[in-house]
Design a protein around this ligand. Structure first.
Ligand SMILES: [Zn+2]
Length: 388
C-alpha cells in the first residue's frame, strides 16, 4: 500500500511540474512605465505567450490577456483518484499485452534472412484476414481490375508464376538445409505458405505502385507497367511483394502495432499529458513504427532479389530499378528517409549492391540458368522420345 502511495505521490509530483508554466524572465525589456502591469505579468510567467514574438512583446498586450486567470491552462494537476485510475489502466494494458504474447506469440525464423520475429497470429488467422480484406478490396476496386484475359494480367501472372516457382525451390532447399542442422529451433517458418491461394490482380491506375496483403494477394497498378517496361523490372517488384508474404510482414506489423499501441497508451497516461498526445504519436511513429517498416522493406528487397535471381532474371537489374523508382516517386534522398515507411531508393540500391548480397544473388542466378538449360534439355529429349 505504501508503495502505491509513493507511486501516486511520485506521479503527482511529476504531473504537477509538467503542467506548471515555466517561470523564465522575459528576454526583452521594452515596456514603458505605463505598461508596468504588463511587465509584471510577464515576469510572473502568466504572459509567456507574448514573449515569443518580439513584435508582440513591444506592444502592450490586450487587457483581457492580462486578467486571464491563472488556471487558463486545460492541464490541471490530476487528483489521486485520477492518477490511480491512470496507473490501473496502464497496468491493465501491459498485462493484456503480456498475456496475449505468452498465449499466442511465437518467435519464428524468416526464410532467406534467418531473422527472428515475434508473431501472435496463426497462419489460419492470417489467411482469413487476407481473404476478407482482399474480398473487400476487390469490391472497392470494381471495374478498375483488369480481366484475367487482358494482356497485362496475363503477363504479370506469368511473371508471378516464375517468381513463385523460384520461391518454392528456394524454400525447399532452405528446409532441407535446416533439417540437417542440429538446432531445430532455427528452422525457417514456411507453414503459412502451405496451400496458400496466391492471387495477382492488375488494376487500371496511373499510380506507380504495387502491394500485397496477408495470405498471398498481390496487386499491381498499370502505372507501374507503363514506367517499367522490361520483364526483369516487373519481376523485381513481384519478388519484393512475394518476399513480404514469405516473411509474414503484414502480420508482424499487426503484432508490433499491438505493443506500440500499449506503449503509446502507457506513456500518454503516465508520462505525457493528454494535450501532448499528438506529440506522443509522432514520437512513436518516428522511433518505432517507421524504423520497423523500413526494416521490413529492406528484408523484402533482400528476399526479392534472391527470388528474382532464382527465377532466371539478372539480379543486377534490382539496384538500378530502385534508383529509377526513387526518381519517379521522389523518394531518393537518404537524409529524408527517417520520416518514410520505405528506405530511400539510394539506400535500397546501396544495400542490394553490397558484395555479400549481390555476389550471392549472382551465384543463385548462374545456378538457376544452368538448371534451366539442363531441364530444357531433358524436356526436349522426353518430348522427342514420346513423339517417336
Ligand atoms: Zn514493400
Amino acid at each position: 500500500m505504501n508503495c502505491l502511495k509513493n507511486l501516486v505521490s511520485g506521479l503527482r509530483g511529476r504531473c504537477s511540474s509538467a503542467v506548471r508554466p515555466p517561470l523564465r524572465p522575459p528576454t526583452t525589456r521594452c515596456y514603458s512605465a505605463s505598461t508596468r502591469q504588463s511587465h509584471e505579468v510577464l515576469q510572473s510567467g502568466r504572459g509567456r505567450l507574448f514573449r515569443r514574438n518580439p513584435v508582440v512583446v513591444c506592444r502592450p498586450p490586450p487587457s483581457h490577456a492580462l486578467v486571464f486567470p491563472r488556471h487558463y491552462s486545460s492541464r490541471r494537476t490530476p487528483s489521486d483518484i485520477q492518477i490511480l485510475f491512470r496507473v490501473l489502466v496502464a497496468g491493465g494494458a501491459i498485462v493484456y499485452g503480456v498475456v496475449v504474447t505468452i498465449r499466442d506469440g511465437t518467435f519464428e525464423i524468416v526464410p532467406y534472412t534467418n531473422r527472428s520475429h515475434l508473431i501472435i497470429y496463426t497462419p489460419e488467422q492470417e489467411r482469413e484476414l487476407g481473404e476478407s480484406y482482399f474480398a473487400n478490396l476487390k469490391k472497392e476496386l470494381g471495374k478498375k481490375i483488369l480481366p484475367p484475359s487482358h494482356p497485362d494480367s496475363v503477363r504479370v501472372r506469368g511473371l508471378a508464376k516464375e517468381i513463385l516457382r523460384a520461391a518454392h525451390r528456394g524454400l525447399a532447399d532452405a528446409s532441407n538445409a535446416a533439417a540437417n542442422q542440429r538446432n531445430k529451433s532455427r528452422q525457417p517458418q514456411t507453414k503459412h505458405l502451405d496451400g496458400i491461394n496466391w492471387e495477382v490482380l492488375v488494376v487500371k491506375d496511373n499510380a506507380v505502385n504495387a502491394f500485397c496483403t496477408p495470405g498471398g494477394k498481390i496487386v499491381v497498378y498499370t502505372g507501374l507497367l507503363d514506367r517499367f517496361k522490361t520483364d526483369a523490372e516487373i519481376a523485381t517488384v513481384l519478388g519484393h511483394e512475394v518476399g513480404h508474404v514469405i516473411a509474414r510482414h503484414s502480420i508482424e506489423k499487426l503484432t508490433k502495432n499491438m505493443w506500440i499501441t500499449i506503449l503509446n497508451l502507457v506513456l500518454l497516461l503516465l508520462v505525457f499529458d493528454a494535450p501532448k498526445g499528438h506529440t506522443n504519436d509522432e514520437l512513436m511513429k518516428l522511433l518505432l513504427s517507421l524504423p520497423f517498416s523500413r526494416k521490413m522493406e529492406t528484408e523484402a528487397d533482400h528476399i526479392g532479389i534472391m527470388l528474382l535471381a532464382d527465377a532466371g532474371f539478372d539480379p543486377r537489374i534490382a539496384p538500378t530499378f530502385y534508383e529509377k523508382l526513387g526518381e519517379i516517386s521522389g523518394n531518393s534522398l537518404e537524409k529524408e528517409e527517417y520520416k518514410s515507411t520505405h528506405p530511400s531508393s539510394k539506400t535500397r540500391s546501396r544495400l542490394l549492391s553490397k558484395a555479400n548480397v549481390m555476389d550471392k544473388a549472382v551465384a543463385v542466378y548462374a545456378k538457376a540458368n544452368c538448371k534451366k538449360e539442363t531441364e530444357g534439355f531433358f524436356i526436349f529429349s522426353s518430348e522427342k522420345v514420346s513423339f517417336s
